[in-house]
Design a protein around this ligand. Structure first.
Ligand code: CA
Length: 352
């Protein structure tokens, strides 16, 4: 019996030494992971912050992970060629911000042949495309949510600042600067901001709605026209993004607004660094932020997990998985009261 015990102990000891040795060996030879991140266009402001966030996060991905970034220069055929090249170069996983989300099926077909995982981001492909390949994921926001949040911000501002109702009729006269028609963000944000105010029983009167294609110059021109037509009747300028809010503010400044008591409410979406001073100076009422750091972290973490065979969401701190391997990031309402949140978000993602 005693002899048997000693033998068993010896076997046990040998086994543990073997296991410890194997583990040490495994750590030393942890498989390198090559990640490629393809952006639809490096010149896009928000995405350049996201790229900065990714670069800042790279070192947190653990040993033997390398990340390279590529610019599709807003051209889908260029992006398709890039995907071919990246596959040929032996990247283990590709994160793709599609120029055209409809091209996802083409990209998936290329990656699937070589069993390379894909993490789409920022522009959402069809659910059916993502579901057609079990190694495809999506990371982005829910456009509807930004419209709802913008409506809540408007209603709060209205409640806290009675002077916004310039004609004292108890109703908010407003205009909407819409993004590019057909773009999911433009459609969802416009629909939901209006719907949320209506559902809340908030008294409003829409004076005008026009697409300014997410662009500052277009927004400035339209705002000038509206000022000619409606003048100071407008009490709120609702913008689908901050670039257009900047255009509206420019037109308003030229017309003498934001000096003394001459005022008109302006709200945007993105909480870009360029609007932070406007919110601080009580020119814009607020914006809606999607923190580019959270998206950056989720995209890279999921990419590495897919290669290493880990649970894809393991280590992803912010984001909820939807119904088709789509990970949705939260939006945050930004006003003067919490402007430090927007400042902090972009400070970390300095563009290099
Ligand atoms: Ca009014």
């Amino acid at each position: 019996m005693k002899k048997l015990l000693i033998v068993s102990l010896a076997v046990l000891l040998m086994t543990s030494v073997f296991v410890v040795g194997a583990q040490a060996n495994k750590t030393a030879s942890i498989k390198p992971v090559k990640v490629a991140v393809v952006f639809f266009d490096f010149s896009n402001t928000y995405l350049s912050y996201m790229r900065g966030g990714m670069k800042a996060f790279e070192s947190s991905l653990g040993p033997n992970v390398s990340v390279e970034y590529f610019d599709s220069r807003n051209d889908q055929p260029t992006q398709n060629d890039q995907i071919d090249t990246l596959i040929a170069r032996g990247f283990d996983v590709i994160a793709v911000n599609p120029v055209d989300p409809k091209a996802a099926s083409t990209i998936i077909a290329k990656a699937k042949v070589r069993n390379i995982p894909l993490v789409f981001f920022n522009r959402c492909p069809d659910a059916a495309d993502i579901l057609s390949y079990d190694k495809a994921w999506y990371v982005g926001t829910t456009p509807e949510e930004s419209g709802i949040m913008q409506a809540q911000m408007i209603m709060n501002a209205w409640k806290n600042k009675p002077s916004l109702d310039k004609n004292k009729d108890g109703k908010m006269q407003y205009v909407i600067l819409k993004g590019t028609p057909g773009h999911p963000d433009a459609e969802a944000r416009t629909k939901l901001v209006v719907e949320t105010m209506q559902k809340a029983g908030f008294p409003t009167e829409q004076l005008a709605l026009q697409p300014a294609n997410f662009k500052t110059d277009d927004a400035k021109n339209i705002m000038e026209t509206w000022l000619g037509k409606f003048g100071d009747k407008i009490e709120m300028v609702v913008c689908n993004n901050d670039a257009m809010a900047l255009g509206a503010v420019e037109a308003l400044k030229s017309a003498g607004y934001f000096i003394g008591k001459k005022y008109m409410g302006v709200v945007g979406i993105n909480a870009l660094t360029t609007v932070v001073p406007l919110i601080k100076d009580d020119i814009m009422l607020g914006s809606v932020l999607s923190d580019p750091n959270f998206e950056a972290q989720a995209i890279l973490t999921i990419a590495v997990n897919l290669v290493r065979g880990n649970e894809p969401m393991s280590g992803v701190k912010v984001g909820k998985v939807g119904t088709f391997r789509d990970v949705r990031m939260p939006y945050f309402e930004i006003t003067k009261a919490n402007i430090d949140v927007a400042e902090a978000a972009y400070a970390k993602t300095e563009v290099k």
